[in-house]
Design a protein around this ligand. Structure first.
Ligand SMILES: [Zn+2]
Length: 208
C-alpha cells in the first residue's frame, strides 16, 4: 500500500459512500447486493478444467464493466478484483500461474490499459502465484458481441501466440465477461499446445 492510500479517502465505486482505507473500492452493502451467481462454478466445456463466473452480467455490473473498459473508470478494477478473489475457496489448489486474456497491442494502446490485467494482478497476489508473460494476441479481432458462435470461432482462429514453451502446469485465465466462452477456449487450446497441462478460467460476469 502506498502512502497516498492512507491520505486519500476512498469512495465506493458503486454508491460513492466514503470507505476510508478500504482498498477494495466497494462498500460491504454494494458488494453483498451484486447479482451473484448462486453457484459460481459453471459447467465447463471439455477443454477447461474449471470455469467460474462470479456475477450475472446485468445492472449495475454491465454498466460498470463498460465504464471500466471504454471510459477508463479504473476505480472499478479493485472492486471487481475483490469479486474475483471471493472465488479463491472454489479454485483448484494446483494453479501455478494467472493469465489475463491478452489484448492486441493496437487496442491496448488505444485504451491505455488491459482491463483483464488490472483484474489479474490482485488475483495472482491472493493465490501467491505469478502472472504468465509471453502470451500475445497477434490478431486484432473485431468486437465479438452480436456474433454467432461459429463467427466468433472463425475470428479467433490463430488469434493467440505463445512466445516460448510454458513452464507452468495449471494456468488460470482471467477475463471481465464471458459470453459464449469462445475466447477462453481458444486461448486454453493454445496454452495446452504449448506446455500447460491444465487450464481454468475465472471471470467477473457471465452474459449467458
Ligand atoms: Zn457502496
Amino acid at each position: 500500500m502506498f502512502l497516498l492510500d492512507f491520505l486519500v479517502p476512498r469512495h465506493c465505486a458503486f454508491c460513492g459512500v466514503l470507505a476510508i482505507h478500504d482498498e477494495r473500492n466497494i462498500c460491504v452493502n454494494c458488494f453483498d447486493d451484486l447479482p451473484w451467481h448462486e453457484t459460481a462454478i459453471s459447467p465447463t466445456p471439455g477443454i477447461l478444467e474449471c470455469s467460474i463466473a462470479m456475477l450475472h452480467y446485468e445492472f449495475p455490473v454491465d454498466v460498470a464493466i463498460k465504464a471500466l473498459k471504454f471510459n477508463r473508470r479504473l476505480f472499478y478494477a479493485p472492486a471487481f478484483a475483490e469479486v474475483l478473489c471471493a472465488a479463491n475457496p472454489h479454485l483448484p489448489t494446483d494453479i501455478d500461474a494467472v493469465l489475463p486474456v491478452p489484448l492486441h497491442w493496437r487496442r491496448k494502446m488505444r485504451r491505455g490499459f488491459n482491463q483483464a490485467s488490472e483484474l489479474a494482478k490482485p488475483v495472482a497476489d491472493a493465490l501467491n502465484v505469478e502472472q504468465l508473460r509471453g502470451v500475445d494476441r497477434c490478431k486484432a479481432t473485431p468486437y465479438q458481441s452480436g456474433l454467432k458462435a461459429f463467427e466468433r470461432r472463425r475470428n479467433l482462429r490463430r488469434a493467440f501466440t505463445v512466445r516460448k514453451q510454458l513452464q507452468h502446469k495449471h494456468v488460470l485465465i482471467i477475463d471481465d465477461v464471458v459470453t459464449t466462452g469462445t475466447t477462453l477456449s481458444e486461448l486454453a487450446k493454445v496454452l495446452l499446445r504449448n506446455g500447460a497441462e491444465k487450464v481454468s478460467a475465472l471471470t467477473v460476469a457471465s452474459a449467458r
